[in-house]
Design a protein around this ligand. Structure first.
Ligand SMILES: [Zn+2]
Length: 285
Protein backbone atom coordinates (compact mmCIF):
# COMPACT_ATOMS: atom_id res chain seq x y z
CA UNK A 1 0.00 0.00 0.00
CA UNK A 2 1.38 3.35 -0.97
CA UNK A 3 -1.55 5.35 0.36
CA UNK A 4 -0.89 7.05 3.65
CA UNK A 5 -3.40 6.78 6.47
CA UNK A 6 -6.44 8.95 5.86
CA UNK A 7 -5.74 11.05 8.90
CA UNK A 8 -2.31 12.01 7.53
CA UNK A 9 -3.23 13.22 4.05
CA UNK A 10 -5.92 14.73 1.92
CA UNK A 11 -8.02 12.23 -0.06
CA UNK A 12 -6.52 11.50 -3.45
CA UNK A 13 -9.37 13.26 -5.20
CA UNK A 14 -9.09 16.46 -3.16
CA UNK A 15 -9.02 19.39 -5.59
CA UNK A 16 -9.42 22.28 -3.13
CA UNK A 17 -6.07 24.06 -3.03
CA UNK A 18 -6.51 25.25 0.54
CA UNK A 19 -7.17 21.70 1.80
CA UNK A 20 -3.81 20.49 0.46
CA UNK A 21 -0.33 21.00 1.87
CA UNK A 22 2.20 23.00 -0.08
CA UNK A 23 4.18 19.80 -0.76
CA UNK A 24 1.06 18.07 -2.11
CA UNK A 25 0.42 21.02 -4.43
CA UNK A 26 4.03 20.92 -5.62
CA UNK A 27 3.62 17.24 -6.49
CA UNK A 28 0.30 17.94 -8.20
CA UNK A 29 1.94 20.55 -10.42
CA UNK A 30 4.89 18.21 -11.11
CA UNK A 31 2.43 15.52 -12.19
CA UNK A 32 0.55 17.74 -14.65
CA UNK A 33 -1.85 20.05 -12.84
CA UNK A 34 -1.83 23.30 -14.83
CA UNK A 35 -5.16 24.99 -14.18
CA UNK A 36 -6.48 27.00 -11.25
CA UNK A 37 -10.23 27.55 -10.97
CA UNK A 38 -11.33 30.76 -9.26
CA UNK A 39 -14.92 30.77 -7.98
CA UNK A 40 -16.59 34.12 -7.31
CA UNK A 41 -19.73 34.43 -5.26
CA UNK A 42 -21.87 36.76 -3.15
CA UNK A 43 -23.13 37.14 0.38
CA UNK A 44 -26.55 38.62 -0.27
CA UNK A 45 -30.23 38.16 0.53
CA UNK A 46 -31.93 35.16 -1.04
CA UNK A 47 -35.56 35.56 0.00
CA UNK A 48 -36.99 34.28 3.28
CA UNK A 49 -36.02 30.66 2.76
CA UNK A 50 -32.30 30.66 1.87
CA UNK A 51 -29.28 31.93 3.82
CA UNK A 52 -27.03 34.68 2.51
CA UNK A 53 -24.34 32.06 1.74
CA UNK A 54 -26.38 30.60 -1.16
CA UNK A 55 -24.10 31.77 -3.97
CA UNK A 56 -20.89 31.10 -2.02
CA UNK A 57 -21.99 27.56 -1.11
CA UNK A 58 -22.98 27.06 -4.75
CA UNK A 59 -19.66 28.40 -6.06
CA UNK A 60 -17.73 26.14 -3.63
CA UNK A 61 -19.54 23.09 -5.01
CA UNK A 62 -19.27 24.11 -8.66
CA UNK A 63 -15.54 24.79 -8.31
CA UNK A 64 -14.89 21.25 -7.08
CA UNK A 65 -16.94 19.79 -9.92
CA UNK A 66 -15.33 22.04 -12.55
CA UNK A 67 -11.80 21.29 -11.33
CA UNK A 68 -12.56 17.56 -11.33
CA UNK A 69 -14.15 17.82 -14.77
CA UNK A 70 -11.11 19.61 -16.21
CA UNK A 71 -8.90 16.91 -14.71
CA UNK A 72 -5.70 18.92 -14.43
CA UNK A 73 -7.03 21.56 -12.08
CA UNK A 74 -7.22 22.75 -8.50
CA UNK A 75 -9.93 25.00 -7.08
CA UNK A 76 -8.83 28.23 -5.42
CA UNK A 77 -10.70 29.47 -2.34
CA UNK A 78 -14.05 31.05 -3.20
CA UNK A 79 -14.19 34.85 -3.13
CA UNK A 80 -17.32 34.79 -0.99
CA UNK A 81 -18.45 38.43 -1.09
CA UNK A 82 -19.23 39.88 -4.51
CA UNK A 83 -20.79 42.76 -6.40
CA UNK A 84 -24.30 43.03 -4.97
CA UNK A 85 -25.34 46.70 -4.75
CA UNK A 86 -28.79 45.79 -6.12
CA UNK A 87 -29.46 43.68 -2.99
CA UNK A 88 -28.38 46.26 -0.43
CA UNK A 89 -32.02 47.15 0.23
CA UNK A 90 -32.27 43.93 2.26
CA UNK A 91 -30.61 43.52 5.68
CA UNK A 92 -27.34 41.62 5.82
CA UNK A 93 -26.26 41.90 2.18
CA UNK A 94 -22.57 42.71 1.75
CA UNK A 95 -21.18 44.20 -1.44
CA UNK A 96 -17.70 45.02 -2.71
CA UNK A 97 -17.04 47.50 -5.50
CA UNK A 98 -16.55 46.26 -9.07
CA UNK A 99 -12.95 47.49 -9.03
CA UNK A 100 -12.33 45.63 -5.75
CA UNK A 101 -13.64 42.39 -7.28
CA UNK A 102 -11.43 42.88 -10.35
CA UNK A 103 -8.41 43.60 -8.12
CA UNK A 104 -9.03 40.42 -6.13
CA UNK A 105 -9.11 38.37 -9.36
CA UNK A 106 -5.88 40.06 -10.44
CA UNK A 107 -4.14 39.48 -7.11
CA UNK A 108 -5.25 35.83 -6.87
CA UNK A 109 -3.85 35.25 -10.38
CA UNK A 110 -0.61 37.21 -10.15
CA UNK A 111 1.65 34.49 -8.68
CA UNK A 112 0.11 31.41 -10.26
CA UNK A 113 2.35 31.30 -13.33
CA UNK A 114 5.60 31.35 -11.37
CA UNK A 115 4.28 28.47 -9.26
CA UNK A 116 3.69 26.34 -12.36
CA UNK A 117 0.06 26.99 -13.23
CA UNK A 118 -0.60 27.91 -16.86
CA UNK A 119 -4.37 28.56 -16.91
CA UNK A 120 -6.80 30.44 -14.70
CA UNK A 121 -10.52 29.78 -15.12
CA UNK A 122 -12.77 32.39 -13.47
CA UNK A 123 -16.52 31.88 -13.03
CA UNK A 124 -19.21 33.10 -10.65
CA UNK A 125 -21.94 31.42 -8.62
CA UNK A 126 -23.61 34.83 -8.44
CA UNK A 127 -25.16 36.09 -11.68
CA UNK A 128 -24.64 39.71 -10.57
CA UNK A 129 -20.85 39.38 -10.88
CA UNK A 130 -21.09 38.66 -14.62
CA UNK A 131 -21.42 42.26 -15.82
CA UNK A 132 -18.29 43.06 -13.77
CA UNK A 133 -16.44 40.12 -15.29
CA UNK A 134 -17.51 41.13 -18.81
CA UNK A 135 -15.94 44.56 -18.30
CA UNK A 136 -12.82 43.18 -16.57
CA UNK A 137 -12.13 40.25 -18.91
CA UNK A 138 -9.73 41.91 -21.36
CA UNK A 139 -7.82 43.74 -18.64
CA UNK A 140 -7.35 40.54 -16.63
CA UNK A 141 -6.23 38.59 -19.71
CA UNK A 142 -3.64 41.24 -20.54
CA UNK A 143 -2.41 41.83 -16.99
CA UNK A 144 -1.92 38.17 -16.12
CA UNK A 145 -0.02 37.09 -19.25
CA UNK A 146 1.64 34.65 -19.87
CA UNK A 147 -1.01 32.92 -17.74
CA UNK A 148 -3.96 31.97 -19.97
CA UNK A 149 -7.03 33.54 -18.38
CA UNK A 150 -10.44 32.11 -19.25
CA UNK A 151 -13.28 34.19 -17.87
CA UNK A 152 -16.71 32.63 -18.10
CA UNK A 153 -19.02 35.63 -18.58
CA UNK A 154 -22.31 34.19 -19.81
CA UNK A 155 -24.86 34.56 -17.01
CA UNK A 156 -27.77 33.96 -19.39
CA UNK A 157 -26.29 30.61 -20.43
CA UNK A 158 -26.48 29.57 -16.77
CA UNK A 159 -30.13 30.62 -16.55
CA UNK A 160 -30.90 28.66 -19.70
CA UNK A 161 -29.05 25.59 -18.39
CA UNK A 162 -31.08 25.76 -15.17
CA UNK A 163 -34.35 26.09 -17.12
CA UNK A 164 -33.51 23.07 -19.27
CA UNK A 165 -32.41 21.01 -16.24
CA UNK A 166 -35.59 21.90 -14.30
CA UNK A 167 -37.76 21.18 -17.33
CA UNK A 168 -36.10 17.84 -18.14
CA UNK A 169 -36.09 16.69 -14.51
CA UNK A 170 -39.49 17.92 -13.28
CA UNK A 171 -41.24 19.94 -16.05
CA UNK A 172 -40.78 23.05 -13.89
CA UNK A 173 -38.53 25.15 -16.11
CA UNK A 174 -40.89 28.13 -15.82
CA UNK A 175 -40.12 28.46 -12.09
CA UNK A 176 -36.51 29.34 -12.80
CA UNK A 177 -36.01 33.09 -12.51
CA UNK A 178 -32.38 33.23 -11.42
CA UNK A 179 -32.54 34.28 -7.79
CA UNK A 180 -33.72 32.22 -4.79
CA UNK A 181 -35.85 30.37 -7.33
CA UNK A 182 -36.50 26.71 -8.11
CA UNK A 183 -32.92 26.25 -9.34
CA UNK A 184 -31.02 27.86 -6.47
CA UNK A 185 -33.30 26.35 -3.83
CA UNK A 186 -32.85 22.92 -5.44
CA UNK A 187 -29.07 23.37 -5.49
CA UNK A 188 -29.11 24.15 -1.76
CA UNK A 189 -31.35 21.12 -1.14
CA UNK A 190 -28.75 19.01 -2.94
CA UNK A 191 -25.79 20.53 -1.07
CA UNK A 192 -27.00 21.55 2.39
CA UNK A 193 -30.69 20.71 2.88
CA UNK A 194 -30.59 21.74 6.54
CA UNK A 195 -29.99 25.35 5.43
CA UNK A 196 -33.31 25.62 3.54
CA UNK A 197 -36.36 27.03 5.38
CA UNK A 198 -38.90 24.97 3.46
CA UNK A 199 -41.93 26.43 5.27
CA UNK A 200 -40.99 29.93 4.08
CA UNK A 201 -41.17 29.43 0.29
CA UNK A 202 -42.76 32.37 -1.53
CA UNK A 203 -43.44 32.77 -5.22
CA UNK A 204 -41.39 35.74 -6.46
CA UNK A 205 -41.37 37.66 -9.73
CA UNK A 206 -42.22 35.18 -12.46
CA UNK A 207 -42.33 37.47 -15.50
CA UNK A 208 -39.71 37.51 -18.21
CA UNK A 209 -36.11 37.71 -17.03
CA UNK A 210 -34.15 39.11 -19.95
CA UNK A 211 -31.28 41.56 -20.30
CA UNK A 212 -33.64 44.54 -20.16
CA UNK A 213 -35.24 43.31 -16.94
CA UNK A 214 -31.88 42.49 -15.38
CA UNK A 215 -30.52 45.96 -16.13
CA UNK A 216 -33.54 47.41 -14.27
CA UNK A 217 -32.69 45.16 -11.32
CA UNK A 218 -29.09 46.33 -11.40
CA UNK A 219 -30.00 50.02 -11.80
CA UNK A 220 -33.03 50.34 -9.53
CA UNK A 221 -32.42 47.57 -7.01
CA UNK A 222 -33.99 44.15 -6.54
CA UNK A 223 -36.68 45.44 -4.19
CA UNK A 224 -38.09 47.72 -6.91
CA UNK A 225 -38.68 44.72 -9.21
CA UNK A 226 -39.40 42.02 -6.61
CA UNK A 227 -40.36 43.02 -3.05
CA UNK A 228 -39.80 39.40 -1.90
CA UNK A 229 -36.22 39.49 -3.21
CA UNK A 230 -37.00 36.41 -5.34
CA UNK A 231 -36.87 36.04 -9.13
CA UNK A 232 -38.75 32.86 -9.97
CA UNK A 233 -40.51 30.43 -7.66
CA UNK A 234 -38.91 28.00 -5.19
CA UNK A 235 -42.03 25.80 -4.91
CA UNK A 236 -41.32 22.32 -6.23
CA UNK A 237 -37.58 22.51 -5.51
CA UNK A 238 -35.82 19.19 -4.95
CA UNK A 239 -32.33 17.79 -4.52
CA UNK A 240 -32.80 15.92 -7.79
CA UNK A 241 -33.34 19.16 -9.71
CA UNK A 242 -30.41 20.66 -7.81
CA UNK A 243 -28.06 17.89 -8.92
CA UNK A 244 -29.24 18.33 -12.51
CA UNK A 245 -28.59 22.09 -12.32
CA UNK A 246 -25.12 21.55 -10.82
CA UNK A 247 -24.24 19.03 -13.54
CA UNK A 248 -25.55 21.27 -16.34
CA UNK A 249 -23.61 24.35 -15.21
CA UNK A 250 -20.46 22.30 -14.60
CA UNK A 251 -20.66 20.93 -18.17
CA UNK A 252 -21.18 24.44 -19.53
CA UNK A 253 -18.15 25.94 -17.80
CA UNK A 254 -15.86 22.94 -18.35
CA UNK A 255 -16.68 22.95 -22.08
CA UNK A 256 -16.06 26.69 -22.29
CA UNK A 257 -12.74 26.43 -20.44
CA UNK A 258 -11.56 23.50 -22.56
CA UNK A 259 -12.40 25.24 -25.82
CA UNK A 260 -10.66 28.47 -24.77
CA UNK A 261 -7.54 26.80 -23.44
CA UNK A 262 -7.31 24.61 -26.55
CA UNK A 263 -7.57 27.74 -28.68
CA UNK A 264 -4.68 29.41 -26.94
CA UNK A 265 -2.44 26.43 -26.23
CA UNK A 266 -3.81 22.98 -26.83
CA UNK A 267 -1.14 20.97 -25.07
CA UNK A 268 -1.35 22.85 -21.82
CA UNK A 269 -4.68 21.62 -20.55
CA UNK A 270 -3.94 17.94 -20.68
CA UNK A 271 -0.28 17.48 -19.88
CA UNK A 272 0.48 13.81 -19.29
CA UNK A 273 0.81 12.74 -15.69
CA UNK A 274 3.88 10.79 -14.59
CA UNK A 275 3.36 7.02 -14.82
CA UNK A 276 3.93 6.63 -11.08
CA UNK A 277 1.05 8.97 -10.23
CA UNK A 278 -1.26 7.01 -12.49
CA UNK A 279 -0.10 3.62 -11.24
CA UNK A 280 -0.67 4.52 -7.62
CA UNK A 281 -4.16 5.75 -8.50
CA UNK A 282 -3.42 8.87 -6.51
CA UNK A 283 -3.55 12.27 -8.07
CA UNK A 284 -1.06 13.92 -5.78
CA UNK A 285 0.96 11.11 -4.36
ZN1 LIG B 1 -27.99 33.48 -5.86
Amino acid sequence: MTSPAQSDAAPNDEVRLERLTSAEIGRAIASGVRTAVLPLAAVEQHGCHLPLSMDADHADALAIRIASGLGDALALPTVRVGYSPHHLGFPGTLSIRAETLESICLDYGTHLYEQGFRNLVIFSGHIGNYPVLQRAQERLEAALKPLTVVVFTDGSAILNAWRRAAEDTASLGDRVGGHADLAETSVMLALHPERVRRAAYLRGYTGTVDDEFLSKVFDEGMRSQSPTGILGDPNGASALIGEACLAAVTDLIVAHAQSRVCESDGDRLRSPRTPSSQESGGRYE
